[in-house]
Design a protein around this ligand. Structure first.
Ligand SMILES: [Zn+2]
Length: 142
């Protein structure tokens, strides 16, 4: 069972959202510190936002097996970059008033904050747990 799923079973409401967001941000920090080569990070920071965004989206899709489970992740490079997950393992088969894939959105936002634009945030625009559709978030920055 995913840790974010366990968090949602123990916590509710704003506290659950906050913990999921913090866990996702921490996962982004871990990826930057231990999984993404420093040379690649330096190069991305030197690139224009559109090119860096395109490369990060491609890298995330290339490693999507780590988050999609039996779902199907796709993305558009934008602007803004948009991530869409069909059959999200965190959100399918649950109903919620709040988006449930905050953990993933926060992880991706952290990567964009560090490598593309410090003001980047992930905005949940749809969630299977809320609407029964697909999970979807956009990256936005000032
Ligand atoms: Zn969702």
């Amino acid at each position: 069972m995913h840790l974010p799923t366990v968090v949602r079973q123990v916590l509710t409401g704003r506290l659950a959202q906050r913990v999921a967001h913090e866990a996702g941000t921490g996962t982004g920090d871990y990826l930057l510190l231990h999984r993404m080569p420093r040379a690649a990070q330096r190069l991305l920071r030197l690139m224009s936002r559109p090119i860096a965004s395109r490369l990060i989206v491609a890298a995330i899709l290339g490693h999507s097996w780590t988050l999609e489970g039996s779902g199907c992740l796709r993305a558009t490079v934008g602007p803004p970059p948009v991530f869409i997950l069909e059959r999200c393992p965190l959100c399918r088969s649950v109903q919620s008033a709040d988006p449930r894939w905050t953990y993933y959105a926060a992880t991706v936002a952290r990567l964009f904050q560090e490598l593309v634009e410090p003001t980047a945030t992930a905005i949940d625009t749809d969630c299977a747990a809320v609407s029964g559709g697909s999970c979807r978030f956009e990256l936005r920055w000032v």
